[in-house]
Design a protein around this ligand. Structure first.
Ligand SMILES: Nc1ncnc2c1ncn2[C@@H]1O[C@H](COP(=O)(O)OP(=O)(O)O)[C@@H](O)[C@H]1O
Ligand SMILES: Cc1ncc(C[n+]2csc(CCOP(=O)(O)OP(=O)(O)O)c2C)c(N)n1
Ligand SMILES: [Mg+2]
Ligand SMILES: [Mg+2]
Ligand SMILES: [Mg+2]
Length: 330
C-alpha cells in the first residue's frame, strides 16, 4: 500500500450501486443524492475497533466487513427503516495489508448487495496501531412511522426475534475453545455473520400497530432497560420464555458456564426486542408463521418504576441494568 488514491480506487472497484437518485457519485468532494420528498431520512453510525470489537483470531477480514454493515443495518431495522446509502471511514495501521482491507470490503459488499445499500464514499487514513472502521448508514421510513424505544405502554406484550446469547457464546468459543468451532456453527455464525432483522422491522411498520423497538447490540438486559426508561414503564420478562438455542445450551454445559450470563448480558445478537399492544399480538403471531419469522413473546409491560424485572417460578427480581459498556472500567 504505497498510494492512498489507487488504494481507494481498488476498494470501490467492486462496490454495489443501485439508485436512480445519485446526482454525484464517489470521486468528488462529497456525494449528492436526491431525497424522496415524501419519506423521512433515518441516520445511524457504528464503529468497529480491533481489540474492542474483533481480533484477528476471532474474525476474518470478510467477517469484519459484514458485521460492520450488519450492526448499522440492525439499528435501521430497529427503526423499521429501509437502508439506502452508506459512507465508510477506514483507519489502517501498518499491521494490516491492502489485500486484507480489500477482503473487508468484499464482506461489506456481500451484505450491501443483499439489502441494496449503495456505498457513496468514505475516508481513508493511517492510524498508529489498531484497525478502526466506521460506517454511516442512511435509510428511509414513512413520515411519522419510525419505531421508537419510547412507545411501550402498560399492558403491552414484550417480544424478541430469533434466539439470544448466541453471539456472546460464539465469542467465548472463538477466544477460549477455537478447536471446537466446527461443533457449534450457529454460535460462530451468530458472532461473525449476524443477520440484521430488516424484514421484521419493515413488516412491524407495515402493520401500523406502532410497536416499541430496539436492536440488541449491548445485551437483552441493557436494551430492555433502554425501552423501560425511554417509555417510563416496568418491563417484566418471563425467564422460561426466553428463546435460547440448543447449541448455546450444549456449549454452556460443555464449558461449565451459566448460559444466562450470555443471554442477558452478552450482546451483539442484533435481534430486535419490542413491545406491542396485547390485542395485536395474536395477529402478529399469525403472520409470523406465514412469513417464517421467529418471534417469541417473552414478557409484559406494567406501570410502575421504570426498570426491568425477571419472573421465574413465581419469583420476581430486578434484572441488573448491565450489558456491554465501553467505559465500564473507567
Ligand atoms: N459520539 C456521539 N455523538 C453524537 N451522538 C452519539 C454519539 N454516540 C452515540 N450517539 C447517539 O446516541 C444514541 C445511542 O447510541 P448507541 O448506544 O451507540 O446506540 P446503538 O446501541 O443503537 O448503536 C444514538 O442516537 C446515537 O446516534
Ligand atoms: C475481541 C472482542 N472482545 C469483546 C467483544 C464483545 N463486544 C465488543 S463491542 C460489544 C457491544 C456492541 O458494540 P457497540 O460498539 O456498543 O455497539 P452499539 O451498541 O453502539 O451498536 C460487545 C459485546 C468482541 N466482539 N470482540
Ligand atoms: Mg451505536
Ligand atoms: Mg441500537
Ligand atoms: Mg448499534
Amino acid at each position: 500500500m504505497n498510494d492512498e488514491f489507487s488504494f481507494i480506487r481498488s476498494l470501490i472497484a467492486h462496490r454495489f450501486v443501485e439508485s436512480e437518485r445519485i446526482e454525484v457519485d464517489v470521486g468528488d468532494d462529497a456525494a449528492v443524492v436526491i431525497p424522496h420528498s415524501d419519506r423521512s431520512l433515518v441516520m445511524t453510525c457504528d464503529t468497529m475497533v480491533e481489540t474492542v470489537h474483533f481480533l484477528r483470531k476471532t474474525m476474518s477480514p470478510a467477517d469484519i466487513g459484514w458485521k460492520l454493515l450488519a450492526s448499522n443495518l440492525s439499528d435501521l431495522a430497529a427503526m423499521g427503516a429501509v437502508p439506502t446509502y452508506a459512507l465508510i471511514s477506514v483507519a489502517v495501521p501498518p499491521s494490516w495489508q491492502a489485500e486484507e482491507v480489500e477482503e473487508i470490503y468484499h464482506g461489506i459488499y456481500d451484505l450491501a448487495r443483499e439489502w441494496k445499500v449503495s456505498l457513496m464514499g468514505g475516508d481513508t487514513v493511517r492510524i498508529p496501531e489498531y484497525l478502526t472502521l466506521t460506517l454511516t448508514l442512511l435509510g428511509e421510513v414513512g413520515r411519522g412511522e419510525a419505531l421508537l424505544r419510547s412507545s411501550a405502554k402498560p399492558g403491552d406484550v414484550v417480544f424478541v426475534t430469533g434466539t439470544v446469547g448466541d453471539a456472546a457464546a460464539g465469542l467465548h468459543l472463538l477466544l477460549h475453545h477455537p478447536d471446537q468451532r466446527f461443533n457449534y456453527p450457529a454460535l460462530v455464525q451468530a458472532h461473525c455473520r449476524p443477520n440484521p432483522q430488516l424484514h421484521i422491522g419493515k413488516w412491524l411498520v407495515s402493520t401500523r400497530f406502532r410497536p416499541a423497538c430496539d436492536d440488541i447490540s449491548d445485551g437483552l438486559a441493557q436494551e430492555a432497560w433502554e425501552i423501560a426508561e425511554a417509555s417510563q414503564v416496568c418491563i417484566v420478562l418471563d425467564r422460561e420464555k426466553i428463546p435460547i438455542s440448543e447449541q448455546l445450551l450444549q456449549y454452556a454445559k460443555a464449558v461449565g458456564q451459566d448460559p444466562f450470563e450470555w443471554v442477558w448480558f452478552g450482546g451483539e445478537d442484533y435481534q430486535l426486542i419490542g413491545t406491542v399492544r396485547k390485542e395485536y399480538w395474536a395477529k402478529l403471531k399469525e403472520t409470523v408463521k406465514e412469513k417464517g419469522f421467529l418471534l417469541s413473546m417473552i414478557g409484559r409491560v406494567e406501570s410502575g418504576t421504570p426498570q426491568v424485572e425477571v419472573e421465574s417460578e413465581g419469583i420476581r427480581m430486578v434484572l441488573p441494568k448491565r450489558g456491554y459498556n465501553h467505559f465500564a472500567d473507567r
